[in-house]
Design a protein around this ligand. Structure first.
Ligand code: PLP
Ligand code: COI
Length: 337
């Protein structure tokens, strides 16, 4: 690929050379298999297709100035996939095997890792599905784990330029005691209608309130929420949001920079008080928010057209660790030679 092509990448699917697969049969996971096909052969009554036995992950690998490739916090993704599997009764994929599969898929597709200068990265998508047939609602006895990769640019086309979010009380992404804390396909299906409406009206994503009382901030469709005020990084504590690995990392970096960090319920009524707002996640990295529009109250909350100073600092620090520009003192990255 030409340099300009790497730089102009968006967040979209493209084929790469290889993916890694592993099958669960007779109560045990088999060996990792390398495949060059993007097709899977699936039983029409597989539980993944009918009853949503499906979990996925998202993580990234970064090419450094030193030519080394670093994978960011993959053990955390392995553990979260186990939590998702437990949440919808799928066979858990072993953590060590997950990391071995991720290293292998990155190595096998190394020609697709964007160069350092491009600011792009290699997105890694692990997937776990129930494959055996059931027509009653119950868990499958067989599973397939796959991991594939693709080079990507920013998730929100604006990149690090501030965008707008929208609050719409007519849509919930997940139930109060539902599956919001797991990374399962059903949550994303549930967010599509609201997401489409938001995009059509020029917003980058929906900001969901808690589905029970609509009193607290939950998260965005594809990313966690944080706000900064009075030198404090504040992010919602909620049973119905995905525990974001990016957010967890930003909390550490915020504290290191001298901010106070609070993980607690965040009231909708606090929105006017924030000096900076961000959406954070693997795909989104940090997406600074310039405005939040409340559809039901026809009301705007504004945060400025430029990224706030703490958001800039956090973004630069996180990226520096991911690309290996700064020492990895928290041991967050795994180098693939
Ligand atoms: N929240 C949701 C609903 C997501 O889909 C994601 C993306 O993975 C995140 C938050 C951010 O999580 P992470 O930082 O682990 O990518
Ligand atoms: C990610 O950030 O990895 C996500 O999974 C978000 C979105 C692409 C679903």
């Amino acid at each position: 690929m030409e340099k300009s092509d790497w730089q102009n990448l968006g967040f979209g699917y493209c084929d790469t050379d290889y993916n890694i697969r592993c099958y669960y049969r007779d109560g045990a996971w088999g060996e990792l298999e390398i495949s060059s096909s993007n097709i899977i052969n699936l039983h029409m009554a597989a539980t993944a297709l009918h009853y949503g036995q499906e979990a996925f992950e998202g993580l990234k690998a970064f090419k450094g100035k030193d030519g080394k490739t670093r994978i960011f916090r993959m053990k955390e993704n392995a553990l979260r996939m186990q939590s998702s599997s437990d949440g919808i009764l799928m066979a858990g994929f072993p953590v060590e095997k997950f990391m071995e599969a991720v290293r292998l898929v990155v190595k096998m597709n190394k020609r697709f890792i964007p160069p350092y200068e491009s600011g792009a990265s290699l997105y890694i998508r692990p997937l776990l599905i129930g494959t055996s047939p059931e027509i009653g609602v119950k868990p499958a006895s067989e599973y397939l784990f796959i991991v594939f990769v693709m080079p990507v640019g920013p998730y929100f086309p604006e990149g690090f330029k501030p965008t707008d979010l929208v609050i719409m009380r007519d849509y919930d992404r997940t139930a109060p005691l539902g599956t919001g804390k797991y990374k399962v396909g059903g949550n994303y299906a549930a967010s599509m209608n609201a997401g489409k409406l938001a995009k059509k009206q020029g917003f980058s994503a929906v900001l969901y309130l808690d589905s029970k009382e609509k009193k607290y901030i939950d998260e965005c469709g594809p990313a966690n929420f944080f706000g900064i005020k009075n030198n404090t990084y504040i992010t919602p504590l909620s049973e119905s949001i995905l525990p974001s690995i990016t957010n967890k990392s930003l909390m550490v970096l915020a504290e290191e920079m001298g901010l106070k960090v609070e993980k607690r319920k965040v009231l909708y009524d606090e929105l006017p008080e924030f000096e900076e707002i961000g959406a954070c996640g693997t795909a989104a990295v940090i997406s600074p928010i310039k405005g939040i529009y409340d559809v039901d109250k026809d009301k705007w909350f504004r945060y400025g057209d430029e990224p706030g100073k703490w958001s800039v600092k956090l973004y630069n620090k996180l990226r520096a660790i991911q690309y290996g520009d700064e020492p990895d003192k928290y041991h967050w990255t795994d180098i693939v030679e």
